[in-house]
Design a protein around this ligand. Sequence first.
Ligand code: S3P
Length: 169
Amino acid sequence: MNIFLVGFMASGKTTLGSQLGTLLGMRYVDMDEYIEQKNGDTIRKIFVTKGEAYFRNLEKIALADLTKEDGVIVATGGGSACFHNNIDEMNEHGLTVYLKVSTEELVKRLEATKIDRPLLWGKSSNELTVYITEMLKIREPFYSKAKVVVPSDNPLAEDIVDAIRHHLK
Ligand code: S3P
């Protein structure tokens, strides 16, 4: 079985994904890194030179690759669950876990790290709050299709393992 961690940018997918991989003895894959390695380019460069639609296709292809594997835990990119029916495909091929972090906390974290994220480039603090709130409205229906929802700003990896085990019982 595979596990797909979904959620907004800065929801903790990468950090928790690698911790969960260790706890569960599963191979951890970061989808953005997978795309970068496969395409020989950074996400930033792909966004700038080829655009978002092209990147969304690369995500679709990466997901198709990863669903062929077994026993991997994937930290997906923040938008991947929300395009091309990807969340349905993740649900077909594994267990989806949504890291549901509050908007306030996301804004705080993204304020500090927006430089790394092409979708947030050039946004002032006020614009960032509005943009994130609007984006979450659009994305939440996709994230909410996940089988396990973790409604916490700072969940422990151990608690997520418990939630997963509880779901699988
Ligand atoms: C994106 C999230 C990013 C990355 C890309 C687009 C998004 O991943 O895939 O910048 O659309 O939310 P993280 O969630 O790891 O920041």
